[in-house]
Design a protein around this ligand. Structure first.
Ligand SMILES: O[C@H]1[C@H](O)[C@@H](O)[C@H](O)[C@@H](O)[C@H]1O
Ligand SMILES: [Fe+2]
Ligand SMILES: [Fe+2]
Length: 315
């Protein structure tokens, strides 16, 4: 299958200030009659569901601020290269469960993400909100709708059936291990207590890697991204490369938001990153208290799951 990835970002340069409608309106070549009305496009809100700025990790007035910071402290101390290797090895066996994608979506009803200052809704709502938002603006890219639907399914790792991992080993932003922790990581100060921080093999800019080696060869902190990537890949999903890349790196904010660690990317990563930039707008700004009617949208998602995944998957 061929997907056009030619500069998907060029029409979406500044996600926070420009909506798709405004972009279209400013393009004089498009007749007004073909411009969709506002409910057909996704309008990114300026504030989150609590009336606050998105991704503000320093907001003293946010009652979730303290617990989110505590979360990052534990995450930064414990995510070492050794830990990541062990997790990839253990979970790479995919011997926890056999189930289909939709069953996994339903399991997420039980999961609330402690690292997220912008959302305290069950994760199944976040999946559907993201997918429905991206579907409005990219109606023909069904692979992108499905990518959105499944991107956070790896959060099932917190459930007892999956070993009940602590939240710090499942959620939150991700970062490479085995090289220096970039300053752009939120609450960077807590890395000082990570055993890898003072290891001279691991604490240089490239560490154990080399320039342009490709993210594929970089060990990322362990969590829901890498796990879901493994599940999709090992079960033979036919999702295109940008879809798998989005699943694997959507929490890598130091790269896709701050532009850090780009020296580790290869050419394919650079192409795929364009789609991750597109995706991030919907992942972040669709978080809302307004619930999607699960039963109403289920038939559509079932049809695209069938297109890109086998009926049953090993988890
Ligand atoms: O708190 C959030 C949440 O855990 C998301 O699922 C993850 O993708 C983000 O990177 C993180 O900031
Ligand atoms: Fe995520
Ligand atoms: Fe998400």
């Amino acid at each position: 299958m061929t997907i056009s990835v030619e500069n998907p970002v060029s029409v979406h340069e500044d996600f926070t200030t420009q909506t798709k409608t405004e972009e279209l309106q400013s393009d004089s070549r498009i007749p007004m009659s073909t411009i969709p009305s506002n409910d057909e496009v996704f309008l990114a809100p300026e504030v989150n569901a609590f009336g606050r700025e998105f991704r503000n990790y320093e907001d003293e007035n946010n009652e979730r601020q303290k617990s989110v910071e505590e979360f990052y402290k534990t995450q930064h101390i414990n995510q070492t290269l050794d830990f990541v290797k062990k997790m990839r090895h253990d979970y790479g066996k995919l011997d926890k469960m056999v189930m289909n994608i939709w069953e996994c979506c339903e399991l997420l009803n039980e999961v609330v993400d402690e690292s997220d200052p912008d959302l305290d809704e069950p994760q199944i709502q976040h999946l559907l909100q993201t997918a429905e938002a991206i579907r409005k603006d990219y109606p023909d890219e069904d692979w992108l709708h499905l990518t959105a639907l499944i991107h956070d399914l790896g959060k099932v790792l917190t459930l007892p059936q999956f070993g009940g991992l602590p939240q710090w080993a499942v959620v939150g932003d991700t970062f490479p291990v085995g090289c220096a922790f970039d300053e752009s990581n939120i609450h960077h100060k807590y890395f000082k207590e990570n055993p890898d921080f003072n290891n001279p093999t691991y604490n240089t800019k490239t560490g154990i890697y080399s320039e342009g080696c490709g993210l594929e060869n970089v060990s990322m902190s362990w969590g829901h991204d890498d796990y879901m990537y493994m599940v999709a890949k090992e079960n033979g999903s036919t999702l295109p490369s940008p879809g798998l890349f989005i699943i694997r790196y959507h929490s890598f904010y130091p790269l896709h938001k701050a532009g850090a660690y780009t020296h580790l990317m290869n050419d394919e990563d650079k192409e795929n990153l364009k789609w991750l930039h597109v995706f991030n707008k919907y992942d972040l700004y669709s978080k809302s208290k307004v619930h999607v009617d699960v039963e109403k949208v289920k038939p559509y998602y079932m049809s695209i799951i069938k297109k890109y995944f086998p009926e049953n998957l090993k988890w």
